[in-house]
Write a protein that binds this ligand. Structure first.
Ligand code: IFM
Length: 478
């Protein structure tokens, strides 16, 4: 495989989460806020919260669940910042009814959760574990009983370890097994579960899990990247077909971590780096789905990977595109590194959240509007947006005015995008309860609700009430 050129250079920039690590500052500011003409969301706008199985469920060894790549990864010393793990998490496998009550208590119309593949198919093979599916059946029923629409993500990074042992997403067979799993889910739940999100943030799993080694499966092998990217896109296409073949009344979408890729300081030579990153981070997922192509910059990585008919399979109609947005990415050209590219800081003076992410609502507008302009104006949902708490674990965490401000400003961007013609139908805040934030363990909290990890007791924060009022009348406070 070719190891130079933009595709290779782009990889060097992919320490996206590290953009604030003091590598280089960017001059020049961005106007980050947008002022919509109206502050009123339509009556049928979908208001929800989003979670993921591994970050919340706990109960890893019950009802026949098989291990996932994250079960192994989290146990390796050094992988999780606070040496914690997700064996209990928010205990939501057992306490799901409390979660549902919280969602209902906030008057939300939708809940986005993910299904754990290894609960449904413990080794990733064809054998279905009925007890695993039963859990999600109960969850779906509990939601419907409260008038909440379930949105289920099929893959939120917790690949069955049995499949990883055979090469994981680098193995083409995983794409076929994923379609089997999608079929098993719709077969059991499709009579009540109507909204499907196929993949969550495939770019993050591909890059952080296979190139940077910061997420499971913890690999650092650039040679896997082209295969992983394509097989995830292929699995997505096959799963969409499997769902639709099983049932005709489903809403089928997928969720991407889209980020504007910006050159540090707006400099011309840094633009090359930003374009390279954009190809891998955004276009390598959007182009196959909407156009049946890959960006040219991916050619080297994909050499020998794509088979006849694949590009037809990866291009599928979507009922909605899920957009997860947190921050833009900044990159710069770095002649001293073999990749010629490096992550860079946001503009000097830019506001950062406790995660170190640049708070920039204009990036959300830019992202939604780009999808509208370049990908045929699909229906969209913001399937994640939120920020982490800067307060550690003290009582101040409950009066999270900074989160309210963050959400308000990003929802202004959503309104402005709608006014510009973007067909945005819903917004899912990330997340319901402070949970296991992957390699950061419990040190980074995004919840509308705090949780005492000793007792599991949930306490709503100020943002919970604020979000409830908004979901109630759709009017965004100034
Ligand atoms: O917690 C994650 C989630 O799993 C995927 N999107 C970003 C969130 C916050 O970092």
């Amino acid at each position: 495989m070719e190891r130079s050129g933009v595709s290779r250079r782009a990889l060097g920039a992919l320490a996206l989460g590290s953009a604030a690590m003091g590598l280089s500052g960017c001059e020049g500011g961005h106007e980050t806020d947008l002022k919509p003409r109206s502050r009123q969301f339509p009556k049928d706008f979908v208001w929800g919260v989003a979670t993921a199985a591994f970050q919340t469920e706990g109960s890893q060894a019950v009802d026949g669940r098989g291990p996932s790549v994250w079960d192994l990864f989290e146990k390796v010393p050094g992988h999780v910042k606070d040496k914690s793990d997700a064996t209990v998490a928010t205990d939501s496998y057992r306490r799901f009814q409390e979660d549902v009550d919280l969602i209902a208590g906030a008057g939300l119309s939708a809940y986005r959760f993910s299904i754990s593949w290894s609960r449904v198919m413990p080794t990733g093979g064809r054998t279905v574990n009925a007890a695993g599916l039963d859990h999600y059946s109960k969850l779906v029923d509990a939601l419907l009983a409260k008038g909440i629409s379930p949105y289920a993500t099929l893959f939120h990074w917790d690949l069955p370890q049995g499949l990883q042992d055979k090469g994981g997403w680098a193995n083409r067979d995983t794409a076929l097994r994923f379609a089997d799993y999608a079929h098993a889910v719709v077969d059991k739940l499709g009579d009540r579960l109507k909204n499907y999100i196929i993949l969550n943030e495939a770019a993050v799993h591909a890059v952080f899990g296979h190139v940077l080694g910061e997420h499971a499966p913890g690999l650092k092998d650039i040679n896997l990247l082209g295969k992983v990217v394509h097989h995830m896109n292929l699995g997505q296409g096959l799963a969409m077909r499997a769902l639709r073949a099983a049932q005709g009344d489903l809403q089928v979408g997928t969720t991407m971590a889209l980020q504007p890729c910006r050159p540090a300081g707006g400099l011309f030579w840094n633009r090359l780096a930003a374009d390279g990153l954009d190809a891998l981070w955004n276009k390598a997922w959007l182009d196959p789905l909407f156009k049946g192509t890959y960006p040219k910059d991916m050619d080297d990585l994909l050499k020998g990977v794509i088979q006849d008919g694949d590009l037809k399979t990866v291009r599928q109609p979507v009922d909605f595109l899920g957009v997860n947005y947190y921050a833009p990415a900044y990159v710069r050209l770095d002649l001293s590194s073999p990749s010629k590219i490096a992550p860079a800081n946001p503009p000097r003076g830019a506001e950062l959240d406790a995660f170190g992410r640049h708070i920039d609502p204009s990036g959300l507008f830019e992202t939604l509007d780009r999808v509208r302009r370049e990908y045929g104006a699909p229906r969209m949902m913001v399937t994640e947006n939120g920020c982490s708490d800067p307060f550690g674990s003290g009582p101040a965490i409950l009066d999270d005015q900074f989160r309210i401000t963050y959400l308000r400003r990003h929802l202004e961007a959503v309104l402005a995008a709608r006014e510009a013609g973007c067909d945005v139908r819903g917004y899912f805040e990330w997340t319901l309860i402070d949970n296991f934030e992957w390699d950061l363990g419990y040190t980074s909290k995004f919840g509308l609700v705090a949780m005492d990890r000793k007792t599991g007791v949930r306490t709503p924060k100020a943002s919970y009430s604020w979000f409830k009022a908004l979901a109630g009348n759709g009017l965004l406070p100034a």
